[in-house]
Design a binder for this molecule. Structure first.
Ligand SMILES: [Zn+2]
Length: 210
């Protein structure tokens, strides 16, 4: 997602231009697809993959535009992940999400009344009470799904569109210490066993203070 480089687009475009030179139909299909992407990311719609489009696509796919899933204390604490996704944490092969807390003076710390935040604009596609707290999933326009577990009853209804940084609710008290379990899914792969390791994405996200 955030690993595409401008040169990848230039190479892809050169390849497409060469391969499609003899096929007007294929070339038209590619131009249509590029125009759709350009409309999505808000650049000039000319059907050509130039550096401007590449940069805009990169920015749209960057987690720098996302918000860290848990509000931070006003001061004196750092973002903490107490238990990583299995891909970064072989000792917990079935733990396919990251447990988010904060650290203060070397100890895990969860701010009182810290809200769980919408990391990116999207639609609430799951809102379910489970034995380990409420589970809330949000699907972005490009099909990514991110999901929070161990919440108190969420403020937002199923089907609602939430904005980046919107308060979704609070943590519940089923976990000790309370934390958000955060999961991230690639487009079309909403399957716990195939969830992505959110570690690199979380590292890019903007932390919002209380
Ligand atoms: Zn967890």
């Amino acid at each position: 997602m955030s690993t595409l480089k401008t040169t990848d687009f230039a190479d892809a475009w050169a390849y497409i231009a060469k391969k499609c030179a003899t096929s007007d139909e294929m070339r038209a299909a590619v131009v249509t697809a590029v125009r759709m992407v350009q409309t999505d990311v808000g650049v000039t719609v000319d059907g050509k993959l130039g550096p401007g489009t590449a940069t805009a696509v990169q920015a749209a796919n960057s987690f720098k535009n996302w918000v860290f899933p848990l509000q931070a204390p006003k001061r004196g604490a750092t973002v903490g992940i107490s238990s990583h996704h299995a891909d970064s944490n072989p000792s917990r092969p079935t733990h396919r999400g990251a447990d988010i807390m904060y650290k203060r003076d070397g100890r895990w710390h969860v701010p009182a009344c810290a809200a769980v935040l919408a990391s990116f604009r999207g639609t609430v596609v799951r809102r379910e009470e489970r034995s380990n707290g409420w589970c809330l999933a949000i699907e972005t326009a490009d099909g990514h799904i991110y999901q929070h577990r161990h919440m108190a009853e969420p403020y937002v209804a199923l089907g609602k569109v939430v904005m980046t940084g919107e308060k979704l609710g609070l943590l519940d008290q089923t976990q000790n210490p309370p934390h958000v379990h955060f999961e991230l899914y690639a487009r079309g792969v909403y399957d716990y066993n195939r969830s992505l390791d959110p570690r690199p994405a979380l590292a890019e996200m903007r932390v919002v203070k209380q």
